[in-house]
Ligand binder design. Structure first.
Ligand SMILES: NC(=O)c1ccc[n+]([C@@H]2O[C@H](COP(=O)([O-])OP(=O)(O)OC[C@H]3O[C@@H](n4cnc5c(N)ncnc54)[C@H](O)[C@@H]3O)[C@@H](O)[C@H]2O)c1
Length: 325
């Protein structure tokens, strides 16, 4: 397929593109590089540095060649920031997605894979959560992504779009050549490995949650499994019509369990710096991924905690400063 990928210089997008190129797809990606890195983009893909909500840029690109599908990853992604600056989240996540959908419609592109998130659920009433779990986001990030899902579903109903919204749980790990290096890092695993290398403490936000050890519980899914989900979705979109699908493993690990495993893998002491809870963090997020298995034949193959952490550790050691740009 000829794919148009937004946010392809970011963590997950760069690894989705790597998988897509290896699978024989053609790829153009648009990224502002506000968070992403040009050097993370596979050399077989074309990188356009522009905003995915820029009508003129989209019209030019969509008029210049025929794209079979759009994979929309570009977004603001930090939960804590979304609690203090929600407008940025609605402007970029909701506004950009609407501009993209309208441009797709103008140019007759009707297939879409959207990056959504487990943050659409809010506090869990059960774990693991199926896609039928109530959606009541407790942060503006999750709210903005839920609005994106709803817009996409309406474009499917009204304009014959075909789409899958993937609700990723905690993306983690690395491919041998690409890994997680956000400019403003808020994710536990890269922060902890960098702390281990630097010999400093890793911050842990809250040890008073109602969980087995007091820290939050998350479902970590290998970024290679997330990329595989996208590749499985592309040929299935026309058959599916519209679906929101969890991408997770069904198993939760607590923050302290992850820190312990990072100590074991890195061989470093890695002390913990206990901080107050962060606003907007749900207690537990664990996915029931059986709908993705049923509809796409997707199952996580790389997502045991040791596999995830080994891959992240290899990448961090090889790239202690992240990407050069
Ligand atoms: N990382 C996770 O654990 C996780 C979990 C759930 C959902 N997601 C979603 O997955 C997607 C990718 O996440 P990520 O961790 O790779 O984030 P990332 O920040 O590494 O990647 C996002 C990329 O989009 C670009 N971007 C942002 N706004 C843009 C715009 N308007 N136009 C063009 N480019 C723009 C950034 O420069 C960046 O390169 C996001 O939509 C995020 O909400 C991520």
């Amino acid at each position: 397929m000829n794919l148009f990928v937004t946010g392809g210089a970011g963590y997950i997008g760069s690894i989705v593109i790597e998988g897509a190129i290896e699978a024989g797809h053609r790829v153009t990606t648009i990224d502002t590089l506000a968070e992403g890195h040009a050097s993370a983009v596979h050399t077989g893909a074309r990188l356009v540095c522009a905003d995915a909500g820029d009508r003129r840029a989209l019209d030019e690109l969509f008029a210049s060649e025929a794209f079979d599908a759009v994979v929309h990853l570009a977004a603001e992604t930090t939960i804590a920031d979304s609690m203090t600056d929600p407008a940025r989240y609605f402007r970029n996540n909701v506004g950009t997605t609407l501009a993209l959908l309208e441009a797709m419609r103008r140019h007759g592109i009707r297939r879409l894979v959207l990056s959504s998130t487990a943050a659409v659920y809010g506090e869990p009433e059960s774990a693991p959560m199926t896609e039928d779990h109530p959606v009541r986001p407790i942060n503006a990030y999750g709210e903005s992504k839920l609005m994106c899902e709803r817009m996409v579903e309406w474009f499917c109903r009204a304009h014959g779009f075909a789409a899958v919204a993937f609700r990723y749980f905690n993306a983690a790990g690395a491919s041998p050549s690409r890994g997680e290096a956000h400019r403003h890092e808020s994710h536990l695993i890269p922060i902890a490995f960098r702390a281990a290398l630097a010999g400093v403490a890793v911050p842990v936000y809250g040890l008073d949650y109602p969980t087995r050890d007091g820290s939050c519980v998350r479902d970590f899914v290998h970024v290679l499994d997330i990329a595989a989900g996208h590749l499985a979705a592309l040929p299935a979109l026309d058959r599916i019509g519209f679906a929101s699908l969890n991408l997770g493993t069904g198993h939760g690990q607590s923050v302290l369990e992850v820190v312990d495993e990072i100590r074991r893998i890195s061989g470093r002491a890695l002390p913990v710096d206990l901080l107050p809870r962060r606003p907007g963090d749900p207690v537990t997020l664990v996915a029931d991924g059986s709908r993705a298995t049923r509809l796409l034949g997707w199952t996580p193959r790389h997502s045991t905690l040791p596999d995830i952490l080994q891959s992240a550790w290899h990448w961090t050691q090889a790239h202690p400063m992240g990407y050069p740009d």
